[in-house]
Each structure stands twice: as C-alpha cells, then as structure tokens.
Design a protein around this ligand. Structure first.
Ligand code: TYD
Ligand code: MG
Length: 455
C-alpha cells in the first residue's frame, strides 16, 4: 500500500537497497529497479564528511606507513594489507551468524593483550552476552571496554572519555544519530552514522571497525551503499554452514584488494588457516572423473582448489546449467567454445560446476581447469590427481598466458604435485622447480591430445 506522506516535516523517499532519493513515492526504484524498496525518510540527511582544511604541499605530507598496528592474528593482518592503519575505517560485512562478532571480539582481545585499549559498542547483544561468549573462547580483555550504547553521540562521548586505540561498532544497522528522525537501520541513518564515524576516526586517530549485515544476494544491503565511504571493505564469502570462513578485502585503500583471510570456526572461535591449499584439497576424491585441481591467485597468495564438473544427459527438453563459485556466463561461453572448436557436443547435456570449499573464483586463469573438468566428466575419465592445471581459454579454443605463473607452479610443487599443465606462453619459467613435470599447451585441442596420449 502506498504510505501516506507526513505533514510535519519535509520528507523524501529513499530506496533501502541502493539509496536513490525520490521526492515522490514510486513503486519501483529508478536507481536499481527494485520493487517496493522506497521508504519515507526525513530530509536533510547530508552526510557529515571530514573538513579537509587548506591544501598542503606534496613534499610536506608525512608518510603514515609507520603507524600500522599488527594484531598478531596472521590472517586478519594479511587481509588488511599488513595490520591496522591508525585512524582507518573498516567495514566488515557478512551474513548473520557467519562469525563477524566472534572475529572482532578476538581482534579486540589481540589488541588488548598488547596493551591497546578497545571500545566495543554492542547494539546487537547485551554486554553480558558478549562476556559469556568471551569466556567461552578464552578472552581476558584486560583493556577491553564494552558498551551497549546505540546512540552514536553518546558512544562518541564514551570514546572521548576512554580514548581507545580501536573502536568496534556491532552493528552499523543498530546505531542511530540524534540528528535524524528516521529509524536505526534505514539507509539515511546508516549513511549519516558512517559519515560521522569517518570524521571521528580520522580526527581522533582511532581505528574503527563497523560490522554490517548483508543477505546472501547483497540486495537487502545497507552496507553496500557505504563501500565508497569507508577505507576498507571486508566481506565474509561463502555460506555460514561451512566450517572454513573466508574473508575477502573487496576494497582497500591501504593494501592490495582481493586479499584473502582464511579461518576455521572451532569451539574456541576462529583460528587462522596457515596452509590454505591443504585445507581446500583435504576432502578431494581421488581418481574421480570431473575433478581437477587448479591454482588461483587470491590477492597476493596462490591457492590450490578443486573444481568439479558433472555432465549428464538432460532428462528434460532444456539443458540445465548450474555454477557454484564460478561465473555461469563463463561456463556457458566455454561450453559453446567446446562445441564449436573441439567438437564436443554438450549443448544438450546438463552441466553442473562446483568449486569445493566455498571460494569464489573470478580470474580467467581458471578456464583451462574448468574445461578439463567438463571434458573429464563428459568422457568419464579421471584426470591424474597429481596434476595442477591453469590457463586462460579464448573463444578460438586457444590457451593464453596468465599472470604469476611461477608463483602458481611453486605452490603446486610445495604441495607435492607431480605435473603442471599451463599455457605455453608462460614458458620458460624464470626459476626451475625440480621434480615437477611441466606441460605447456597452446590450445584446448592440444591439451586434449596430450591427455589422450597418456592413456
Ligand atoms: P557470530 O560471531 O555471533 O556471528 P555474526 O556476528 O556474524 O552474526 O557467530 C557465529 C557462529 O559461530 C554462531 O552460530 C556460533 C558459532 N561459534 C562457534 O562455532 N564457535 C565459537 O567459539 C563461537 C564464539 C561461535
Ligand atoms: Mg553478531
């Protein structure tokens, strides 16, 4: 039903998924096309951003790099690009129940144990609940302060009194500023609060972490509209039923984007996973058709993962295509290429693709492994489990060189693989890896011929 406009103050309709404003109510957002997303909010929600002051000569600007604070949590430091930058604003997003509060409580403990003060503003749970969870995962919290405050102005007062090194806001959807009349969690509140937190963190040089809930498709977002405001955006990837928890730096003003932090949820909270490849390969079936190991570069580190394909005759008129962890469009494109260039007629078959372990693979270097997994399942012949495959595949069926080939090969050797199939364009490798057989290919057809010759 169409909401009635209020008569007392000037209102505006704001889309709750993308933040588009409209003076009148509309059924469909003109920004993102979402239906029924416009909600009436009070006008005047201009964001408070920091006042910059006069321009400064480039040469006189002081380097800030020395002020990185290492938490001692290897994976968290890595995903931030080498520790916490003083005065930075970090958004940690993820589905409810994935482990955001647990992780930041552990980070608070890590900081607190090295005599850094932390203020944890908890709008979601009572301080007793947090204490209870803390007890369970062995948190002492010598310099940790908890506050159940949800009013931002009063939280700032507390922060000014305690003068913490880090401030944690759990979650941005539960805090509100008195400046606006709209309810906590509405787009204008979320944006205004983040703007104020940005100003505060920069002015007081307090590193600030915001927790933000997102739904799986990111639609009921809220946090999505904040991405451009904050310095760093970290997202939990995969779903919450998985034991391994992957955090990706989607954006980072102080380090490489796309860096991964890999954790495992245990009874004692989240523990760092040192060898990611070993974790992702731990449950791999041996000698099963359709399973291929590939090496992907995530941020700055190589990770070996298993990609699985299942090709079966379509029982219905239209073939089904499902892709988990890879772009379905990429799969469709590679299937068309296989049909046209390699003569593999899969267009009438159901094809399912899955990346084991919940990782989302986006780089083109995964193509060749994807193609080999599909072919392997179609022919019902396994690819040797001691083989690692990577390479980009073009529409003509050509195999193209990829970045960081040496790094990928070294990771394969480290994990005890015997052979690497890669683009010929990446050869010769700059350093020799002993005990590893290297096969360079220029086309998918060549790769297939080589596979057949080994049978
Ligand atoms: P939580 O951190 O509260 O998730 P979020 O803040 O993202 O909503 O909890 C994550 C889940 O992890 C919760 O279902 C309970 C579980 N868990 C463990 O398995 N082990 C632990 O030591 C803790 C603290 C939580
Ligand atoms: Mg929580």
């Amino acid at each position: 039903m169409r909401p009635m406009p209020s008569s007392r103050s000037k209102t505006v309709y704001v889309c709750q998924s993308c933040g588009t404003n409209s003076p009148k109510w509309v059924g469909r957002c003109t920004g993102c096309g979402g239906w029924n997303t416009m909600v009436e909010e009070e006008e005047g929600s201009s964001i408070s951003l920091p006042v910059a002051g006069p321009a400064v000569p480039y040469e006189e600007i002081q380097q800030q790099d020395g002020i990185r604070l290492r938490t001692g949590n290897a994976e968290f430091d890595r995903v931030l690009g080498g520790g916490i930058v003083a005065g930075s604003l970090v958004l940690l997003g993820g589905e409810p129940g994935i482990g955001k509060s647990t992780l930041l409580l552990q980070i608070a403990e890590a900081l607190s144990s090295s005599a850094h003060k932390v203020l944890y503003v908890a709008g979601e749970e009572s301080v007793q609940q947090i204490r209870l969870r803390g007890e369970r995962i062995g948190i002492k919290g010598a310099h940790l302060f908890l506050s159940a405050e949800t009013c931002l102005e009063r939280a700032f007062e507390e922060a000014s009194r305690i003068k913490p090194d880090a401030l944690i806001v759990d979650s941005i959807q539960t805090v509100f500023t008195e400046k606006l009349g709209s309810v906590p969690g509405s787009i204008s509140q979320i944006r205004e609060c983040t703007g104020q937190l940005l100003t505060f963190s920069k002015r007081e040089q307090i590193s600030t972490f915001l927790i933000g809930h997102i739904t799986k498709d990111g639609s009921l977002a809220g946090p999505k509209v904040l991405e451009h405001l904050v310095d760093t955006v970290l997202y939990f990837e995969g779903d919450r039923h998985q034991n391994q928890k992957i955090i990706r730096a989607v954006k980072n003003r102080f380090g490489p984007a796309n860096e991964l932090g890999i954790f495992q949820m245990t009874g004692k909270g989240l523990t760092c996973v040192e060898n990611a490849s070993r974790l992702f390969l731990s449950e791999r079936p041996a000698q099963v058709p359709g399973s291929v190991v590939l090496c992907t570069i995530e941020g700055t580190r190589p990770v070996l993962v298993e990609i699985q394909a299942l090709v079966s005759d379509s029982t219905y008129g239209t073939a089904r295509r499902t892709a988990n962890g890879v772009d379905p469009n990429r799969v469709a494109l590679l299937l068309a290429m296989l049909d046209k260039r390699v003569g593999l007629h899969l267009l009438g078959s159901d094809v399912y693709v899955n990346v084991a372990g919940g990782l989302e693979l986006t780089e083109p270097a995964i193509d060749l492994a994807l193609v080999m997994a599909i072919i392997s399942s179609f022919r019902n012949r396994p690819v040797s489990p001691a083989t690692v495959v990577f390479g980009e595949v073009g529409l003509a069926g050509e195999v193209r060189a990829v970045s960081m080939a040496d790094c990928r090969v070294r990771e394969a050797a480290l994990l005890g693989f015997e052979r690497v199939v890669l683009p010929k364009g990446n050869l010769p490798l700059s350093d020799h890896v002993s005990g590893l057989k290297i096969t360079g290919c220029t086309s998918v057809q060549e790769c297939l011929d080589w596979l057949d010759s080994r049978r």
